[in-house]
Each structure stands twice: as structure tokens, then as C-alpha cells.
Design a protein around this ligand. Structure first.
Ligand code: NAP
Length: 251
């Protein structure tokens, strides 16, 4: 296929999404940085632009709102052309005792972490089918492999994302579209620091790193590297897979 392919990274303004957006832009994708936080999306797009890459910010869009997703995906298409790579990274975390989880909180976590990827994929899959080529990478969580206390709502949403990945891969494989999931584990981002600062991890980041097989916390760039492979031409025979990037904490 000639021309530059378009990548759309949700939650691209911070942490793992920022690293993925910068990496895909460096790899030659015209990169759309979508984030609820418009200023953060602008910063990341400018960072990519400063390095000579092609990127643009699509800020203020909430992936849990189908109408907003449809509008923003159309804007991305108008700017860069149809989306060839979708990275569903935007996510909402949180710690709450099971019996204290309200209906509203449950619904919000499911809406962002599971319905968001559903809306985004439905918005881009027709274009991928037309092109006969596409890559969908879902950023789930190692907590869906191991369980995580005080996170039943979050873990349920991420486990749903893993199952959804496997089922969607079967359906889209014949169309030239791969669907995979990366469940990150213990990646040093604002989300992880918030959890550690709130005493939710049961130990400091350094103490947990000392118990991790590779003896360090992960970096957003570790996730971006795996994502870049899954988005590449040569990953065409990899689909429906759960690619753990967690320093050996979960296998
Ligand atoms: P982060 O630093 O909090 O970044 C998440 C970004 O997503 C933020 O910029 C956030 O914007 C945006 N976002 C949140 N809700 C959104 C929505 N409804 N629509 C659009 N954008 C939205 O988090 P991170 O640690 O990089 O996490 C990225 C992904 O990795 C998440 O799906 C997370 O569950 C997953 N993950 C992370 C770890 C880890 O160790 N860090 C482990 C397992 C899984 P606002 O700031 O405006 O909310």
C-alpha cells in the first residue's frame, strides 16, 4: 500500500498512550492523538511535530460517547485519511471496596474501558475493511490475568476487553485486520504513581520493582515497542493474542 498510514491513539495525551503516539509517529504513521484532556493531546502532537513527525491533536473527545467518537473519527479521516491502526488505550482506573461500588461508578468504568473500544472500533473498521488492512491494539491490564484487590470494576472491564479482542480477531481476520491486546503490568505512569501515592499498591514503587523478575518498573516505551510491532506489516500473522509486557510478573 502506498502513502502514509494513519494511526489513532486514544488517551494519547498521557503515560502509555503518549509513548505509543510518539512511537507510531516515529515509525511513519500520521498519528492522531485523541484525549479527553485537550491540552495534553496538543502537547503530545506538538512534541511529535517538533521531532519532524506527522501528528495532530484531537482533544476533548470522550471515548465513552459514541456520538463524540463518530465525530472525532470523521475529523481524523478528513485530516489524515482512513484510520489503519487503532490503539484503544484510554482507560479509567480506581480503587474501591466491592460493596462500595455504586451503579454509576461501575457503569462509568465499563463505559470508558469497554464501550469506548467498541465505539472506536465500529467507527474505523469499515475503512479498514475497504483497505483490506488494519491493526487494532487494545491496552488491557495484567490485573485481568492476576486479579487485583479493590478493582473488581476495573478488572471486569479489562477482562472483557481481552475476551472481546479474541472474538473480534476471529471475525476480522479474513478482512486483513488483526486484533491483539497488551495487558501492561506495573508501568511507571501518572496512573501508577496516583495508585502508589494513595497507598493502593501495598508497597512503594521501588519495593515492588525489587520484587519484579526483571528488577524494575516498566516504562511507557516498553508498551509502545510491543504496540509498534503489533501495528507493523510483519505482525500480520499475529492476531487474537494477549501479549504480556510486565517484567515477568504475569505469565
Ligand atoms: P494515564 O496516564 O492516566 O493516561 C490515560 C489517558 O487517557 C489520560 O490522558 C486520560 O485523560 C485519558 N482518558 C481517560 N478517560 C478518557 C476518555 N473517556 N476518553 C478519552 N480519553 C480518556 O494512564 P496510563 O497509566 O498511561 O494508562 C493507559 C492505559 O493502560 C489504560 O487503559 C490503563 O488502564 C492501562 N494500564 C496501565 C497500567 C500501568 O501500570 N500504568 C497497568 C495496566 C493497564 P484525563 O487525564 O483527562 O483523564
Amino acid at each position: 500500500m502506498g502513502g502514509q498510514r494513519t494511526a489513532l491513539v486514544t488517551g494519547g495525551g498521557s503515560g502509555i498512550g503518549r509513548a505509543i503516539a510518539l512511537r507510531l509517529a516515529a515509525d511513519g504513521f500520521a498519528t492522531a492523538v485523541l484525549d479527553l484532556d485537550a491540552a495534553a493531546a496538543e502537547r503530545v502532537a506538538a512534541e511529535a511535530g517538533d521531532k519532524g513527525y506527522r501528528a495532530a491533536a484531537f482533544g476533548g473527545a470522550d471515548v465513552s460517547d459514541r456520538a463524540q467518537v463518530d465525530v472525532v473519527v470523521q475529523r481524523v479521516r478528513d485530516t489524515f485519511g482512513p484510520v489503519a491502526v487503532l490503539v484503544n488505550n484510554a482507560g479509567l482506573s480506581g480503587f474501591k471496596k466491592f460493596m462500595n461500588i455504586t451503579d454509576d461508578l461501575w457503569d462509568r468504568i465499563l463505559a470508558v474501558n469497554l464501550s469506548g473500544p467498541f465505539y472506536c472500533a465500529q467507527a474505523v473498521v469499515p475503512g479498514m475493511e475497504e483497505a483490506g488492512w488494519g491493526r487494532i491494539v487494545n491496552i488491557s491490564s495484567s490485573s485481568a490475568q492476576s486479579g487485583q484487590q479493590l478493582m473488581t470494576h476495573y478488572v471486569a472491564s479489562k477482562a472483557g476487553l481481552i475476551g472481546w479482542t479474541k472474538a473480534l480477531a476471529l471475525e476480522l481476520g479474513p478482512k486483513g485486520i488483526t486484533v491483539n491486546t497488551i495487558p501492561p503490568g506495573f508501568i511507571d505512569t501518572p496512573m501508577l504513581r496516583d495508585s502508589a501515592d494513595g497507598g493502593m499498591l501495598g508497597a512503594s514503587v521501588d519495593d515492588i520493582a525489587a520484587l519484579t523478575p526483571v528488577r524494575r518498573a516498566g516504562t511507557p516505551e516498553d508498551i509502545a515497542a510491543a504496540c509498534a510491532f503489533l501495528a507493523s506489516e510483519e505482525a500480520g500473522y499475529v492476531t487474537g493474542q494477549v501479549i504480556g509486557v510486565n517484567g515477568g510478573r504475569n505469565t
